[in-house]
Design a protein around this ligand. Sequence first.
Ligand code: ARG
Length: 268
Amino acid sequence: MRTGRYAALAAVVVLAVAGCAKDDTGGTTESGVALVKSGTLTTCTHLPYAPFQSKDASGKVVGFDVALIDLVATRLGVTQSIVDTPFEGIKSGADLNSGKCDVAAAGMTITDERKQVLDFSEPYFDATQALNTLAGKEVKTLEELKGRRIGVQGGTTGDDYIKAQVKEKNLDLEVVAYKDLAALQQALATNQVAAAVGDLPVWNEYIKENPGQAVVTAGFDTGEQYGFAVKKGNATLLKAVNDAIAAARTDGTYDKIYAEWIGAKPAS
Ligand code: ARG
């Protein structure tokens, strides 16, 4: 009786596992990298974040991160597919842990806190924070914003940085967090906030796309570095990501991609 029950249970487990394989809910590349969807490198990101990832006129997601992860996909003999999802689930590791995607590529800063829940690639981009206002309404310091509203993208390093500054310097500033970059930029454009803080390369891109509208009035050298991330312990995929970045740095592909999406060549 007992044995029979366990045997039945075992059979169910075997069927469940076999069922998964047949439904093609996963796959392994020739080089032995397990993927959540066979033939596909599934990337989680949070749009829009130009020039790292944003939709082009045809609706295709393109950008610096996209181009680099395409190199990883090519190495693995698969194609990249991009999932747009809130930044919170990306940085917390929830999306990678639940199998929503294989890799996170979101202009994401490597931090000690995030390292607890994600495995990061080697750094692939240096960034700082920038203070931005509308043209003609320039404010150069946080102190000058006394009693006014400053916008950030919720859950980002810019958000953390400003909140820490407010605390440390006891600033009279109302920090308003927006759910994504588009909402933050819209808030600045419509005077809902007197200034916005965020990653410098992203604001440079915004200014390039909207000439004469906004201005970077100050930089905060936070010394940030972006990393791609995989689920904790996914060493085979992490190696493929790191190998792809290293190869691109050596053979000039990185510089080409940099010139295409960021503009000026990276300082070496
Ligand atoms: N670098 C910042 C951070 O890691 C912002 C990233 C936001 N990325 C995005 N795709 N929305 O917190």
